[in-house]
Write a protein that binds this ligand. Structure first.
Ligand code: CS2
Ligand code: MG
Length: 402
């Protein structure tokens, strides 16, 4: 069997997605998500100009060899564009292998380790009362875990506020929106917010929060300590983690669990965090961390240090990524939780899928492969529409992490 052709499908059913389709000479095809929010066309170019020509004629069964070829053969290793491209190929080849075996992908990854995949939803509001009400909505849908984000008094914007919609999409059309951030206002406010959530809804569900890379280590230590009475399931991205050692300072001051890794694209970005147990959950995901093959290696390292998975699952990761991730989540021994930021109805129509939600859990289904397809005719009706993630500045104009 040979790879006969491969091509990118770019579509924008409310937001841009890039899907790689790999077709064998026997007609079986596989899909991989290649979406990199705000840099979609970079991955398309990398795939079209530097990857796909090297795939034609190869044996699609040789997933690991092709992964090594694309990683080591590039010479210029790692990075979000390269690793998203490799991830798309890897995911498509696992999809093909499982289809050829007539099995759902999780059966090729070691079978089920649990009956379903616990997911968390995104409750958010422009103020405390709106956000506290939003938590009610998600608990009413049966979620066992809810991420809560609220607008910060004195600031026009804060991370994660969906302006009343269920689907939070931070990217905006045109050039990057500039938002103002104040750590002081946030640090003073956030404990009150979580006290209000727990006071209204109690402690019988998992409560998560995304700090979104915005604090220094000592500020993050203060926030983690201040949130201890609210017993969070995790505090996510408390500080930028290029310097993995920065997490030591946070660890010294608080027992609030820490989750990091959605922006990581290889095991090397998180090796020290895991080996030194500076985190509790690793957020790397199928589409940005080299696909199923590499994500399994990250999870295997994490297992040695009792670090659990908590894969990224925002709206800018397509249903193809979600479908593949659920097969990984169902099987991986040290599973923690899966983010599930729902897609729009248009997106779900472009990407017919077998996964389903029930009472706080997602189930990948038992269709051969990862169980997600793409309606290419419908996808063609939604042309690419450039959009960028915002950038953030402090009140004095200093550029900071968004
Ligand atoms: C966020 C994302 O879901 C999350 O945890 O960090 O919304 C993130 O901002 C986007 O995926 C960026 O494209
Ligand atoms: Mg996040």
């Amino acid at each position: 069997m040979k790879i006969e052709r491969a091509y990118c499908i770019v579509t924008c059913p409310g937001r841009n997605f890039v899907t790689l389709k790999v077709v064998t000479d026997q007609g079986v095809y596989g899909l991989g998500d290649a979406t990199l929010n705000g840099r979609e066309k970079s991955v398309v170019a990398y795939l079209q100009d530097h990857v796909i020509p090297c795939l034609i004629g190869r044996d699609p069964h040789q997933i690991e060899d092709i992964w090594q070829y694309l990683y080591k053969g590039a010479y210029w290793r790692r990075g979000p564009v390269t690793m998203s491209a490799i991830a798309a190929v890897d995911t498509a080849l696992w999809d093909i292998k499982a289809k050829l075996a007539g099995l759902p992908l999780y059966q090729l990854l070691g079978g089920k380790s649990r009956s379903g995949v616990m997911v968390y939803g995104h409750a958010n509001g422009r103020d405390v009362s709106e956000a506290v009400d939003a938590v009610s909505h998600y608990l009413g849908l049966g979620y066992k875990a809810v991420r809560a984000q609220a607008g910060v008094p004195g600031l026009d914007t804060a991370y994660g506020i969906a302006k009343g919609k269920l689907f939070y999409e931070p990217a905006t059309k045109g050039l990057p929106e500039e938002q103002i951030w104040s750590t002081e206002k946030y640090i003073d406010f956030i404990p009150r917010f979580f006290e209000a959530v727990r006071a209204k809804h109690g402690f019988d569900f998992h409560l998560l929060h995304d700090v979104h890379h915005r604090l220094t280590p000592i500020e993050a230590a203060r926030v983690g300590k201040s949130l201890e009475p609210s017993r969070l399931f995790w505090m996510e991205d408390p500080t930028p983690a290029e310097n993995q050692d920065a997490l030591r300072l946070i660890r010294q001051h608080t027992v609030t669990p820490i989750a990091i890794g959605e922006v990581f694209n290889s095991i090397h970005d998180c090796r020290e965090l895991i080996q030194n147990q500076l985190i509790d959950y690793i957020r790397t995901t199928v589409v940005h961390a080299g696909g199923i093959s590499h994500l399994r290696k990250i999870a295997a390292l994490a297992e040695l240090y009792q670090v659990r998975t908590g894969s990224h699952g925002a709206t800018d990761l397509s249903p193809v990524c979600m479908g593949a991730a659920l097969h990984f989540d169902l099987s991986v021994p040290n599973f923690g939780i899966q983010e599930y930021m729902r897609h729009t109805d248009e997106t779900d129509a472009v990407f017919p899928h077998h996964y389903s939600f029930d009472q706080g859990f997602l189930y990948p289904g038992d269709a051969p492969g990862h169980g997600v397809d793409i309606d290419e005719k419908l996808a063609a009706k939604y042309p690419y529409d450039p959009a960028y993630l915002p950038i953030a500045r402090l009140e004095d104009g200093t550029l900071c992490s968004w």
